[in-house]
Design a protein around this ligand. Structure first.
Ligand code: NCD
Length: 331
């Protein structure tokens, strides 16, 4: 397999074969990092290539894990973490013009986070270098979806035959939706969406071309309920998300009473299967009681840690001159 993906824009573009390659690369990078000689070798892999990390929206995990991965592979980097405020966007420059300018400075890749849905595709259309979508408004967050599937594979040793309960703000959140696109590529998965009124999965979905239509086309079973307690005992994975207040119209914030109906507590953990996994892309607000953190089934910080290996694998797959499987031959 060769590195034919020149951009990473939406989760639908990954095949299960390509995901397998990414997972193997991530495992290999992780194993190499544990040994001094392997660590040194990693630094040669993308040495001399530049990454521009252009973030118009706040980020903790995505930006740090990309930067750590870039350094790990020997890349040089330039980062701006408040691009909306400190780039010429504040003076009215279009995203396309900013991207054209960045390209003149010869990066190998631009990692872009933006508040507008569709921004990554717009950037790719203007770019002469690879674009990685690090989240575009309520659109997609493909690298998060890949690290989420990697985490499920690592923790449960399978990606098919799963019942996955997705809860929280499924209307404005891009992570659960992006993961759903990937889970639809595996057999016999069932998704149960549990959202407060007004924040349902199909709220802003294009009925012909949105997520639920995609699930139907792929034959992935899905249901909706507003009763979390009924859904929990069925779940192999519970994927919780926060209310995306920054994307809600003013005055539509979720009330404390509604939030409590969706909060994961130790009592609710006891309703889950003993092997069931609790995931969250983070940051959390009130939707997971911190008393749950010590539970081994709470995987969210391990999940965040996987971001480094998976993002390093994606960078390598996209940018390495050699076949990505070359890495597997290194010791
Ligand atoms: C998420 C995001 O930015 O979409 N965070 C992340 O990348 N891990 C989730 C969120 O902000 O709620």
């Amino acid at each position: 397999m060769t590195a034919t993906l020149s951009h990473i824009i939406q989760p639908q573009d990954f095949t299960t074969g390509r995901l397998d390659v990414v997972f193997s690369l991530a495992d290999q990078i992780r194993a190499m990092f544990e040994r001094p000689a392997g660590k040194e070798r990693l630094r040669e892999l993308l040495c001399g290539k530049q990454a521009f990390n252009v973030f118009y929206e706040p980020s903790t995990r995505t930006r740090f894990s990309f930067e750590v991965a870039e350094r790990m592979l020997g890349m040089d980097m330039v980062t701006t973490d408040s691009a909306g405020m400190f780039s010429s966007a504040a003076k009215g420059e279009t995203l396309a013009d900013s991207i054209r300018t960045y390209c003149e400075y010869r990066p190998a890749v631009i990692v872009l986070r933006h508040s507008q849905e569709g921004a990554a595709a717009e950037a790719a259309a203007a770019s002469t270098v690879s674009i990685i979508n690090a989240g575009d408004g309520k659109g997609y967050h493909p690298t998060q979806a890949v690290l989420d599937t990697y985490t499920i594979q690592e923790e449960l040793c399978r990606l098919g035959g799963l019942t996955v309960v997705m809860t929280g703000d499924l209307a404005h959140g891009r992570t659960a939706r992006s993961l759903a696109y990937l889970l639809a590529k595996y057999r016999d998965n069932r998704l149960i969406f549990v959202a407060p009124p007004g924040l349902e999965i199909g709220r802003f979905d294009d009925p012909e071309d949105g997520l639920t239509a995609y699930l139907d086309r792929n034959g992935t079973r899905w249901d909706e309920t507003d009763c979390l307690d009924d859904a929990l005992p069925e779940a192999d994975v519970v994927y919780t998300t926060r209310a995306q207040l920054e994307r809600m119209a003013e005055g539509t914030a979720v009330s404390a009473e509604v939030a409590a109906r969706f909060r994961i507590t130790p009592a609710r953990m006891r309703r889950m299967k003993p092997q069931g996994l609790l995931m969250h892309p983070l940051p959390r607000t009130s939707e997971i009681d911190p008393a749950v953190d010590q539970d081994l089934q709470a995987a969210y910080f391990r999940q965040a840690g996987n971001g480094v290996w998976v993002r390093a694998a994606l960078l390598y797959m996209l940018l390495a001159a050699e076949d990505p499987l070359y890495l597997m031959s290194l010791h």
